[in-house]
Design a protein around this ligand. Structure first.
Ligand code: GAR
Length: 191
């Protein structure tokens, strides 16, 4: 199984996923896709000898060129780890139940367009939520609406700020995302 990770940010999740599958003979991360040529995640790809594809937003929506790259790299599974563009329907259709995303809150709360990174944690803080967490879900053509695979929760204290909430959520992301990817892939190959 070959995984492509889509990421546009710092890439801490991408790093954990790469490390987790490093010595796995069945599953390999062999492509990092980003729409930002300067994204720090691309340095993580370079450090780990993983090929990079920088995509242009217009081409991503108006052509299906990316499917040629996926063929070339024999991509079976796609992981969104801090990728903020909506996935076009030609891709969700070709990779039905083979694209997963991590969202830094308990969907269906605090999801949708514009809800990413610190925006999510600020909204959670403002809403005075007592708990938050992570959601790992399949990706369809709408933001944050695909079937939920896994959620994990953490408590929010009255002293918490958006930053401390973000730190708590990040710990859950790093602990669970690689394992849930592995489980999802394993379940699919067994059925
Ligand atoms: C993660 O917290 C992920 O949940 C979030 O972007 C961050 C990427 O961090 N994704 C979204 O908000 C998607 N709506 P990273 O670059 O350090 O992995």
């Amino acid at each position: 199984m070959n995984i492509a990770i889509f990421a546009s940010g710092t890439g801490t999740n991408a790093k954990k996923i790469i490390e987790y599958f490093e010595n796995n003979t069945q599953v390999k991360v062999n492509l990092i896709v980003s729409n930002k040529a300067t994204a720090p995640v691309l340095d993580i790809a370079r450090e780990n000898g993983i090929d990079i594809l920088v995509i242009d937003r217009h081409n991503f929506y108006k052509t299906q060129d990316i499917l040629n790259f996926f063929n070339e790299y024999s991509i079976d599974f796609v992981v969104l780890a801090g990728f903020l563009l909506l996935i076009p329907s030609y891709l969700t259709k070709s990779f039905e139940n083979k694209i997963v995303n991590i969202h830094p809150a308990l969907l269906p709360k605090f999801g949708g367009k514009g809800m990413y990174g610190m925006n999510v944690h600020k909204a959670v803080h403002e809403a005075k939520e007592k708990e938050t967490g992570i959601t790992i879900h399949y990706v369809n053509e709408n933001y944050d609406e695909g079937a939920i695979i896994f959620q994990a929760k953490c408590l929010i204290d009255t002293e918490d700020t958006p930053e401390t909430i973000s730190n708590k959520v990040r710990i859950l992301e790093h602990e669970f995302f690689p394992k849930i990817i592995e489980q999802t892939i394993t379940n699919q190959t067994e059925t």
